[in-house]
Design a protein around this ligand. Structure first.
Ligand SMILES: Nc1ncnc2c1ncn2[C@@H]1O[C@H](COP(=O)(O)OP(=O)(O)OP(=O)(O)O)[C@@H](O)[C@H]1O
Length: 251
């Protein structure tokens, strides 16, 4: 199996994936293929395994059984392969995870300089371009603590994009934000989707799912219980569990 990623047609495939935390069966036989440029939204009740699933894709969590292949490279114990995958797969977390002691610009140029060996001047140019695109170039020399939550999350998105990823994973990117800041982050994600980025988003933002998702995946108790196009899933959920979840979300 290769260590270099086929970025032109980067596909993500999970086959028969299982994950246990001790005795707890967190992922139970996950089978899923995500095509290049596809937008997938994963939803489901708390504790259903959504975060675990996307964290296994870039080996922030290790699965114990089954296969995960990203752009032709298998996710496993080989660190060179994991590094190759992480270079192509950006991730944005609920809690932003910016370095508090570095400025916004320094947060954005760190990985391109140290991981991709891009010279500082070029990394700065790339970072300023992305900070412009998320509409906060004027914050470049501030520290994360001086920004609102919505601004910090847009920095986190810009920082991930500075690595020129082929796929972006989002783990509940708006759930730590005040309501008035959710829209600015979702708008950034929508424009990214419109540019053709392959995206896997764990979110309960159903408006976003309707607007951009090609497919919604519903998880419960570590399993994919249901999947389908957003309009169909929201209007006619096939399982009682999905119906119950959606009705709770609406009330
Ligand atoms: N590091 C860990 N050690 C032990 N158990 C864990 C760990 N991480 C997650 N779990 C458990 O695995 C299950 C799935 O967690 P996960 O975070 O993937 O769910 P989730 O669907 O993303 O939930 P939420 O919507 O609340 O974030 C939960 O029961 C959780 O308590």
């Amino acid at each position: 199996m290769p260590t270099s990623i086929d970025t032109a047609s980067l596909e993500i495939t999970l086959s028969g994936v299982h994950k246990w935390y001790g005795q707890y069966h967190a992922l139970d036989d996950i089978n899923l293929s995500i095509a290049p440029r596809e937008k997938v939204v994963i939803c489901g009740p708390s504790g259903s395994g959504k975060s675990t699933l996307i964290r296994c894709v870039n080996r922030l969590e290790a699965h114990q059984q089954g296969r995960i292949v990203v752009g032709g490279v298998e996710v496993g114990e080989d660190e060179r392969k994991v590094d190759a995958i992480r270079r192509e797969v950006g991730m944005v977390f609920q809690q932003f995870n910016l370095f508090p002691h570095l400025t916004i610009l320094e947060n954005c140029i760190l990985a391109p300089m140290w991981v991709k060996r891009i010279p500082r001047a070029q990394a700065t140019e790339i970072a300023m371009d992305y900070l412009n695109r998320v509409r906060i170039p004027e914050q470049a020399n501030k520290y994360p603590g001086q920004l609102s939550g919505g601004q910090q999350q847009r920095v986190a998105i810009a920082r991930a994009l500075c690595m020129n990823p082929k796929v972006m994973l989002f783990d509940e990117p708006t759930s730590a934000l005040d309501p008035e800041m959710v829209k600015e982050v979702l708008d950034t994600m929508v424009s990214l989707a419109n540019e053709g980025m392959t995206m896997v988003c764990v979110t309960h933002e159903m408006g976003f799912a309707r607007q951009v998702a090609d497919r919604v995946i519903f998880m419960d108790q570590g399993r994919i219980v249901e999947e389908g196009e957003p309009d169909e899933f929201f209007a006619h959920p096939k399982t009682d569990r999905a119906s119950l979840f959606l009705s709770q979300l609406l009330h």
